[in-house]
Structure formats: structure tokens, C-alpha cells
Design a binder for this molecule. Structure first.
Ligand code: ADP
Ligand code: MG
Length: 602
């Protein structure tokens, strides 16, 4: 038998390697912008068509390349950034693998123009699937422009694997924001299909944050600084009351490189402990500077994971820095509730609206169990005051169907004690013993089934907003909303387009009352995206899940007796009352015999 092993041609080897570096347009954008940053650019422009699928172009004013370097840059493992193994440990550039350009060139039609300041003419290279089609001198600006057309044109399987434009654009936006945040001194522009989405001048970090996330962030930022022998921390954290039910606005950079690190994220979250309502996330943009020899960035080709040699020390510094920055700005006024008698009279005299405002502020800035209990004691029956967010449930349904989950003959209507345990569980007597219902999980189940039904029958009622609100989205989210408009309306929202990337919310589902329609709608879209990345369910079901999660009664919410009753009644007309849509147990029954066993009955 003849020998059968052969070396792969370069173009195929490059295609295979490309799979690791370039998964989607966003990864090409990241690599190319990083190159521009490494080239010392002060202006970087990103141009997109169809979320980068048909075209993505990066234009910079950096140092450019010579004719030979331009050609060389397309070779695999060709880099100007490291020369020897030791250089890996003193790395200060974003790139170092010398794989990006080779990979992108292997899976696209690429056009590169580049000129160094000292050269009169630049170089034009036209490449198709690693094949250099043209190379010639060209008149061009100083710097480099890389234009990538039809990414994955030669790998249909990959191309088909790309998600909707909205979703691919979101990925690009994520990368763009991270890079723009980590280099506020560089001007960035993002142009998507002829519209300028971002135009960020060189700025200080705080201004860059506002430029990206909007003016509302101006008031919310608390500076964070710490300088130790091991690391230096700079950046901003969002004040606790500005925290959102939104993951994804947490940015950690190590030596200017965006990284994901659950451990350090935990350090930040711990600093906020007790200050945030359940399920809210603080905003932060934190930069860690550390001697590169204490880090290993080479863990993963996409380089967002990172290892420190002394992770615990870094954790401790981050925790203390964030704590300090929160404390230093008086975000947690430590009021001794039991001592401040004036508060009570102030409150009882205030109008009910300002009471609510007062409570919202108080709660969001220092939500802490014992305070809460103090309030409860003070106000005794004034339940309305202690629960500014409590909302009425639907009236209980008349007909009850019993499903598997309850023992035969169980009567959940029995008028016996029913009380709330730690504002989290509802405890109720049932025939076989004691039932404990998780209020949030149960309500999610109830709403979920209701929404599914409404989607099926297109039967949702809508309640007209008294003061319709406008919401402006990023282009990607706006596209997503438009894609789902029918389903969103089937749930009871009424929306209309109201200018660029903006909608007007005229009506919200009739069966839920949310304190804030905008929060509810934004939350719905945010949750939808989280779900989308975590599970694959049909669009309608995802929406129903997302809305159920966002609109449900939350742990920590005080419920009135009728609300508890209604909740239990509604739970047991559900088709699957035992679990919340995401599989959490909704209720559980403590058997009498079990209880009795605790008391050593014979
Ligand atoms: P790496 O960035 O890991 O070195 P790349 O494949 O991304 O690998 O780039 C290869 C080389 O091409 C770089 O080391 C750099 O010398 C050069 N290069 C790439 N992009 C640019 C640019 N925008 N401006 C100047 N030089 C560039
Ligand atoms: Mg690179």
C-alpha cells in the first residue's frame, strides 16, 4: 500500500485555523480593531453592511505597513509583536499570535490598503480565500484600511450558521463597546449601513462611558481607585440605585484587554452585597493593571479568559477598592432606623407619592433585612407603605381543576391561616399538612401559562398607557423588536415605530401591572436575549418565559392576604403547577406525619 499522509495546502490549513479565530463577523471586527490599536492609531472607523455579513471595514490612521510587511502580514504566525518565547511574558499589545489576518483572508474576499507616513505610495492587496489576486502600489491615506467582504463566502456551512442580522450586530456592538471603553483616548466611529451609530471623540473614561451608554450614566458613576504593589485599579462603578436587571454592563479589563473572570466579578458583586435588590446587577468599568508576568493570557485563542498567578490577592484588592468607592461616595447612608423617630412623622405627613419615592430610594440604597423588619414593626398594618411595589393579582378563578400534584381530597380553599414567610414563601394549611409556596416561582408559572395561552389564541387584553413612553434601542435590539412585533403584540403590548430605533409603548398586557412600562419592556427584551443565549426554545415560548420572569411577583415583595390566596388558587389551575418555567420547585408539602415525627409522638 502506498503512503497516504500528505501535508495540507496552506489555504486549507488557514481555513481550518480560521475556525478558531474567526467565528463570526464580530470576531473579525475585534481582531482588526485590535490591530489598529496596536498600530498606534488615534482614529478608528468601523463600517458595516448587513451586520458585517456582506461587508466590514476598519480604517485607521496608525503606522501602516511597508509593501513587504503588508504581504507578510497575511502569513500565518507572522507577527511584528513578539520575537521570542520570553516576549509572551512582557506582552503589551492586544495581538501576538499572528493569526488574525491570515485567518480572515482565508475565509473572505479581503482588500487591504496600507501606507506608512514615510512612504509616498501605499500598497493595495486583493485576496480571496488566501489567494493573493492583486498587489500593487496605490495612492492612499496614511494608515491601514482592511475591507472584508462576504465573510465565509467559501464555507457555506459557516455562513449558514450565522445568526440574524440583529444578533450578529449585537455581537459586534459588544466588541466595539469593549474596545472603545478600553481606549477612550482613541476616536471611534461606527457606521452601520450608512448610519452613524457612534461617533466618539477622544475623551476621558467617564465621558466615553456617557458617550456609549447615554447621559443618564453621568450621575451614576462613582470613581474607583486603588494602587497596591501587585495591581493598580482604576475605573468607575455604578451607584447601587442605578443597578439594573441587566447583565452585560459589567466590564473588566486587565492591562486594557477585556476579560471575563467570574471570580473577580464575584468580588465586585460582594462589595455591593446587601445594597442591591435581588436579581439586579451593578454597572462597572474597571481596569486592572498588573505586571504581565503575573498573568497568562494565552489560555484561550479568543483571549477573554485570563489566569492570575495569585488570584486571591487580586480578588481582595478588587473587593476592597469597590467597597471603598461605594463608601467614599456616601452611597450607603447608614441610618439607624429605630433611632430616627423623625422619619416616621416625616413619612406619615408626606404625600403618598413622595412616600413611595422615599421608600424606593431607601430600599434601593440599603436593602437590608433587618431594616426591612424594623419598618414592618413600625408600621404594623400599613402594608401599603412597606410594599410600594405590591400589585394586585387577577381575581381568583372560579373553577378549580386539581392536578396530580395535590393529594386527593386536598382543599386549598380552606379558610385557615395563610401567611407570608420572610416575604418569600406563602405558608398554608392543607389537609395532609402544611404547604409552602415559593411566591416568585409560582407566579412565574402562572404568568407563563397565561402568556402561552394568549399567544396561541391571540387573546391578550391590553391596557392603554396613560402616559405612553418612548424607548430608544440600539439598532440590533430595535431590529429584534421589529422581528417579534407580532408576538409582542399578541402578549398585549401595543407599540409603534416612533423615529429612528425608537418605539412608543401605547399599551401593556392587561393582566399585569408593572410599576414602570419602560422597565418592563426593556426587561422583556433583555430577558429574551439572555434566554436566547441559554436555551433554544421557539420564539413565542421564549417571549412568554421572558415576560413571566420580568412581570412576576418577586422574592422580597410583601403580599396581602388576598394576593396570597389568589396566587395559590391560580397556581393550581395551571397545567404544570409543580415547577416554574425554568424548573424551580413552586411548592412543597410538609406532611403531618413528618411534622409529628419532630415532636416524638409515639
Ligand atoms: P498579530 O496582531 O497577532 O501580530 P495579525 O495577523 O493580526 O497578527 O497581524 C499581523 C501583523 O500585521 C501584525 O503583527 C502587524 O505588524 C501587521 N498589522 C496588522 N494590522 C495592522 C494595522 N492596522 N496597521 C499596521 N500594521 C498592521
Ligand atoms: Mg492582530
Amino acid at each position: 500500500m502506498p503512503d497516504i499522509i500528505q501535508l495540507l495546502p496552506d489555504s486549507i490549513a488557514n481555513q481550518i485555523a480560521a475556525g478558531e479565530v474567526v467565528q463570526r463577523p464580530a470576531s473579525a471586527v475585534k481582531e482588526l480593531i485590535e490591530n489598529s490599536i496596536d498600530a498606534g492609531s488615534t482614529q478608528i472607523k468601523l463600517i458595516l453592511k448587513e451586520a458585517g455579513k456582506t461587508l466590514l471595514q476598519i480604517i485607521d490612521n496608525g503606522k501602516g505597513m511597508s509593501e513587504t510587511d503588508a504581504r507578510m502580514s497575511l502569513e500565518r504566525h507572522a507577527t511584528s509583536k513578539i520575537r521570542k518565547a520570553e516576549d509572551l511574558f512582557t506582552l503589551r499589545t492586544m495581538g501576538f499570535r499572528g493569526e488574525a489576518l491570515a485567518s480572515i483572508a482565508a475565509v473572505s474576499q479581503m482588500e487591504m490598503k496600507t501606507r506608512r507616513v514615510e512612504d509616498e505610495l501605499g500598497t493595495l492587496l486583493v485576496v480571496e480565500g488566501s489567494d493573493v489576486k492583486r498587489q500593487e502600489p496605490v495612492v492612499c491615506e496614511k494608515g491601514t484600511s482592511v475591507c472584508v467582504k462576504n465573510l465565509f463566502y467559501n464555507i457555506p456551512a459557516r455562513r449558514n450558521f450565522l445568526k440574524s442580522n440583529a444578533s450578529e450586530y449585537q455581537h459586534i456592538l459588544d466588541e466595539f463597546q469593549r474596545l472603545a471603553l478600553s481606549h477612550p483616548e482613541i476616536a471611534f466611529q461606527l457606521i452601520e449601513t450608512d448610519t452613524i451609530e457612534y461617533d466618539l471623540p477622544p475623551a476621558k473614561l467617564s465621558q466615553r462611558i456617557v458617550g456609549i451608554f447615554g447621559k443618564a450614566y453621568q450621575e451614576q458613576l462613582a470613581p474607583c481607585h486603588e494602587d497596591t504593589q501587585l495591581i493598580k485599579i482604576t475605573g468607575y462603578v455604578g451607584r447601587p440605585h442605578s443597578a439594573k436587571k441587566k447583565r452585560g454592563e459589567q466590564f473588566l479589563f486587565v492591562n486594557k484587554r477585556f476579560v471575563r473572570n467570574n471570580y473577580l466579578n464575584h468580588a465586585v458583586m460582594s462589595a455591593f452585597e446587601g445594597l442591591l435588590p435581588d436579581g439586579n446587577f451593578p454597572f462597572y468599568v474597571l481596569f486592572i493593571e498588573i505586571d504581565p508576568k503575573h498573568v497568562d493570557v494565552n489560555v484561550h485563542p479568543t483571549k477573554t479568559e485570563i489566569k492570575f498567578d495569585d488570584e486571591r490577592a487580586v480578588y481582595a484588592v478588587v473587593l476592597s477598592a469597590v467597597r471603598q468607592s461605594i463608601g467614599a461616595h456616601n452611597l450607603t447612608p447608614a441610618i439607624d432606623f429605630s433611632a430616627d423617630v423623625n422619619i416616621i412623622s416625616k413619612l406619615t405627613n408626606a404625600s403618598s407619592q413622595s412616600k413611595e419615592v422615599y421608600f424606593e430610594e431607601r430600599f434601593s440604597s440599603s436593602l437590608n433585612r433587618s431594616n426591612l423588619e424594623n419598618w414592618e414593626k413600625m408600621f404594623d398594618d400599613e402594608e401599603k407603605i412597606v410594599s410600594p411595589t405590591s400589585r394586585p393579582l387577577d381575581p381568583p378563578l372560579q373553577t378549580l381543576r386539581f392536578e396530580s400534584s395535590l393529594n386527593q381530597g386536598e382543599d386549598i380553599h380552606e379558610e385557615k391561616v395563610c401567611f407570608q414567610l420572610h416575604n418569600k414563601y406563602i405558608v398554608k394549611q392543607v389537609k395532609s399538612g402544611m404547604m409552602i409556596v415559593d411566591q416568585q416561582a409560582a407566579h412565574e408559572r402562572i404568568l407563563f401559562e397565561k402568556f402561552i395561552q394568549q399567544l396561541k389564541n391571540r387573546s391578550a387584553q391590553s391596557q392603554q398607557s396613560l402616559f405612553p413612553q418612548t424607548i430608544t434601542f440600539h439598532a440590533a435590539d430595535f431590529a429584534l423588536v421589529m422581528e417579534m412585533q407580532q408576538e409582542i403584540e399578541a402578549l398585549g403590548f401595543r407599540i409603534e415605530i416612533f423615529g429612528k430605533n425608537t418605539i412608543l409603548v401605547n399599551g401593556v398586557p392587561g393582566n399585569i401591572s408593572s410599576p414602570n412600562e419602560r422597565d418592563l419592556f426593556e426587561g422583556l427584551i433583555e430577558q429574551f436575549k439572555i434566554n436566547q443565549s441559554e436555551l433554544s426554545v421557539p420564539l413565542g415560548e421564549n417571549l412568554a418565559r421572558a415576560l413571566a420572569k420580568r412581570a412576576s411577583i418577586k422574592t422580597g415583595q410583601v403580599l396581602m392576604r388576598e394576593e396570597m390566596k389568589a396566587l395559590i388558587d391560580q397556581l393550581f389551575v395551571c397545567t404544570s403547577p409543580n415547577y416554574s418555567p425554568d424548573g424551580r420547585t413552586t411548592f412543597f408539602i410538609f406532611d403531618m406525619s413528618k411534622i409529628e415525627s419532630y415532636f416524638n409522638r409515639p
